[in-house]
Design a protein around this ligand. Structure first.
Ligand SMILES: NC(=O)c1ccc[n+]([C@@H]2O[C@H](COP(=O)([O-])OP(=O)(O)OC[C@H]3O[C@@H](n4cnc5c(N)ncnc54)[C@H](O)[C@@H]3O)[C@@H](O)[C@H]2O)c1
Length: 282
C-alpha cells in the first residue's frame, strides 16, 4: 500500500520525499479502507482527541490533513502517522487567526485536491472561575476559537466540499454543554453554542450533500482535562453518575467520528452523540 506524508509550512513549502506520493494517495491510488479516496481535515489534531481521530480516519483509509498552532507538535504528529505508513499532510493553523485557516484551506485544496470531512476539534479554555467575572479578552478568545472558527472555516471550505459529493462535518462539543462544569462558565457556553451551530447548519445544509453532527465527549483523559480527571474528589463524584466505571480515552471518540464519515452514516444529520460512559437519558 502506498502511503505518504507532506509537511507544509506557510510561506515555505517543504516538499519532502513523500509529497508527490501524497498527492497520488489523496486522489485515491492504493488507499484501502472504508474512507479510501477521501480527504479528512481535523483541527487541533496533534494531541488528545484530535490526534486519535486523525489516526483512526487515516487507518480507515482517508488522507489526513493534520494541523495545530505549534509547529513542533505538527511535526511530531506527522512523524507518528508517517511512522505507521499512513497518508498525511501537516501544516500549522491557529484556528483563531483568519490568515491561518485561509492557509489551511488553500493547502488542502492545492496539495490534497480538496476535503470531504471536516472535524472541528480545536478548543480552548483559558479560564477557571466565575462566568460574570470573565474578561472581554477571555470571552473573545473562547468564542473565537471554540465557536466562530468552526463556522468561518466551514464557510471557506463548504463550496469545495460540495463539489466532491457526500461530505461530513463533525463539531466537537462537550458534555459540559448539557451538564455545565462549575467554574468553566464561558467554556460551557461556547460548547452549548456549538450544538446550536450544528443544529442550525444541519437545517441550512440539508439540501446539500453535507452531513452535520456533533461529537459530545464526556471526561476524556487528555492534557486539556487534567484539571478535572486529576481531581480525585471530582472523579469520585463523577463515578457515581458514570455507568462505565473508567475514564474515557481519546480513542473512545475516534470510532464514532469514523462512522459519521462513513457511508453507513449517510442518513444521519443534526445529531449530537454523547461519548461519556453514561447516557443523559438514563
Ligand atoms: N478532554 C476532555 O475531557 C474533553 C471533554 C469534552 C470536550 N473536549 C473537547 O475536545 C477537543 C479536544 O480536546 P482534548 O481534550 O483532546 O485537548 P488537547 O489539549 O489534548 O488537544 C487540543 C488540541 O488542540 C490544539 N489547539 C489548541 N488551541 C488551538 C488553536 N487555537 N488552534 C489550533 N489548534 C489548537 C492543541 O495544540 C491540541 O492539538 C476540545 O475542543 C475540547 O473542548 C474535551
Amino acid at each position: 500500500m502506498l502511503r505518504a506524508v507532506a509537511w507544509v509550512q506557510r510561506g515555505l513549502f517543504h516538499p519532502c520525499a513523500g509529497l508527490s506520493a501524497a498527492l497520488k494517495s489523496s486522489s485515491g491510488i492504493d488507499q484501502k479502507g472504508i474512507l479510501a479516496n477521501r480527504v479528512a481535515m481535523v483541527t487541533g489534531s496533534t494531541s488528545g482527541i484530535g490526534f486519535a481521530i486523525a489516526w483512526r480516519l487515516a487507518q480507515d483509509g482517508a488522507h489526513m490533513v493534520v494541523s495545530s498552532w505549534k509547529p513542533q507538535n505538527v511535526d511530531r504528529a506527522v512523524a507518528a502517522l508517517q511512522g505507521e505508513g499512513l497518508s498525511v499532510t501537516g501544516t500549522v493553523c491557529h484556528v483563531g487567526k483568519a490568515e491561518d485557516w485561509e492557509w489551511l484551506v488553500a493547502t488542502a485544496l492545492e496539495h490534497c485536491g480538496g476535503v470531504d470531512f471536516l472535524v472541528c476539534n480545536a478548543g480552548v479554555n483559558p479560564l477557571v472561575g466565575s462566568t460574570l467575572g470573565t474578561s472581554k479578552q477571555v470571552w473573545d478568545k473562547i468564542l473565537n476559537v471554540n465557536v466562530k472558527a468552526p463556522a468561518l472555516l466551514l464557510s471557506q471550505l463548504l463550496p469545495h466540499m460540495e463539489k466532491r459529493g457526500r461530505g461530513a462535518v463533525i463539531l466537537v462539543s462537550s458534555i459540559s454543554a448539557y451538564i455545565p462544569h462549575v467554574e468553566l462558565g464561558a467554556y460551557n457556553i461556547s460548547k452549548t453554542a456549538l450544538l446550536g451551530l450544528m443544529r442550525t447548519l444541519a437545517m441550512e445544509l440539508a439540501p446539500k450533500p453535507i452531513l452535520m453532527n456533533c461529537l459530545v465527549p464526556g471526561i476524556i483523559k487528555t492534557d486539556f482535562s487534567k484539571i478535572l480527571h486529576q481531581n480525585e474528589a471530582f472523579w469520585n463524584l463523577s463515578k457515581e453518575s458514570q455507568k462505565v466505571q473508567r475514564i474515557g480515552q481519546p480513542e473512545d471518540c475516534a470510532g464514532l467520528v469514523s462512522f459519521l464519515c462513513s457511508p453507513d452514516a449517510s442518513y444521519i444529520t443534526g445529531e449530537s452523540i454523547v461519548v461519556a460512559g453514561f447516557s443523559l437519558r438514563l
